[in-house]
Write a protein that binds this ligand. Structure first.
Ligand code: GAF
Length: 383
């Protein structure tokens, strides 16, 4: 068990017993690039997690060891400025806590886990949430979960330089076994939606690529959406964000949008509608409809929002002639990472074999597949 390895390593390096946190990655059923547009998302925490051990060390220095990178780094609470690599996520959260006036002192930490890195399963949000909850527990700060989610998001903005929405950290923190979270990213109202798939299951296909333009393109998409909102607002002052835009408003102003802005806005507005319909489909057990919305979501992400890539498109298209697959789409920010597939359980092996073979033939790259269970969010665990 990973948490036992963490405990062992902690004792070996720091000669004391840690408090242990488990913080999971996430999937998102549908509702992509809608979170920063005040829209809806439908994510869930998964059974792949980061485990973190923490203890105070009575100094002003924070010492952190990554089991996965087999590397230790340290920083002082008085000099919290961004570096590169994994330490940024830990420094970023510590920095937010300090800025908010929480009484954080020097600590020791060991972390490691089984969330595939760079696969779009939000290992960074899991790490940030784990650090927030761990430090809150060790220093008895009593920070509530929603505040921790905000802290993680700000850490990502300020230390990782990605102006991400709130979905990843929210899903990782608030997840509940067997349920997806239907989150309104404007009000942060949320409800749990049971994911009962009967004879069907979810399976992820990992392209194992992470194209380098992902971060810059993410920030550009945000700006394009904002440009759209500014234009629409002039005619419809009640509009605060794309969430408030009705399709007729977009059509009426179509000639006024520069470049790709119309397409970007059209995608976001349609994706919000697809999400609401997907929730109904899930609630009524109509998985065939759910599958259709997944395919439609991918089509929009690929052709209108343009955040897919050759590898993701290939994997989704490949499933179109597999009658036992109800739906598939790219998941997360895009430009690599995983596709989410909804398929008949009995065909899983056949599916994996076919996809692996086809992917290797086309890209000369291995394909990894992951079965995921929907699990609880970030939590303290006892050993
Ligand atoms: C990334 C971001 F971090 C999320 O906030 C979200 O925007 C997602 O891309 C796209 O839906 O995971």
């Amino acid at each position: 068990m990973i948490h036992q390895l963490i405990q062992q390593k902690f004792k070996e390096i720091y000669h004391t017993n840690p408090l242990i946190i488990r913080s999971p990655g996430r999937i998102n059923l549908i509702g992509e690039h809608t979170d920063y547009n005040d829209g809806f998302v439908l994510p869930a925490a998964i059974d792949k997690s980061i485990y973190l051990g923490f203890a105070k060390n009575g100094s002003n220095t924070c010492r952190v060891y990554s089991m996965d990178y087999e590397e230790g780094q340290a920083f002082d609470l008085g000099s919290l400025t961004p570096r590169s690599g994994w330490i940024n996520f830990i420094m970023g959260v510590t920095d937010q806590l300090v800025k908010k006036g929480y009484a954080v002192e020097g600590f020791d930490c060991v972390f490691g886990g089984d969330i595939p890195i760079g696969a779009g399963l939000s290992s960074s949000a899991a790490l940030e949430n784990g650090v927030g909850m761990g430090l809150s527990a060790v220093f008895e700060l009593n920070i509530d979960k929603l505040e921790l989610v905000n802290i993680s998001q700000m850490a990502e903005h300020e230390f990782a330089g990605v102006k991400c929405g709130i979905m990843d950290m929210f899903a990782s923190m608030m997840g509940k076994q067997g349920q997806a979270i239907r989150l309104d990213c404007r009000s942060l109202d949320y409800e749990y939606v049971p994911v009962n798939l009967g004879d069907y299951q979810l399976l992820l296909c990992d392209t194992q690529v992470a194209h380098s333009l992902a971060d810059s393109a993410y920030n550009t998409r945000r700006e394009e959406c904002q440009t759209g909102v500014e234009i629409i607002k002039k005619n419809y002052p009640e509009v605060k964000n794309l969430r408030d835009v009705e399709p007729f408003m977009l059509e009426a102003l179509k000639p006024e949008f520069p470049g790709k802005v119309y397409d970007r806005c059209h995608y976001v507005i349609s994706e919000n509608e697809r999400l609401l319909k997907s929730c109904l489909a899930l609630e009524s057990g109509n998985l065939t409809d759910l599958g259709k919305w997944l395919y439609a979501s991918h089509h929009g992400l690929s052709t209108q929002y343009e955040v897919s890539c050759e590898e993701l498109d290939f994997l989704v298209e490949k499933t179109l002639d597999m009658p036992y697959v109800l739906g598939a789409r790219m998941m997360g920010g895009g430009f690599g990472g995983c596709t989410l597939n909804l398929l008949e359980k009995s065909q899983k092996e056949h599916f994996v074999e076919n996809m692996t073979w086809a992917y290797a033939e086309k890209f000369n790259q291995p394909l990894k597949t992951y079965e995921v269970r929907i699990e609880n969010g970030t939590e303290k665990i006892s050993l």
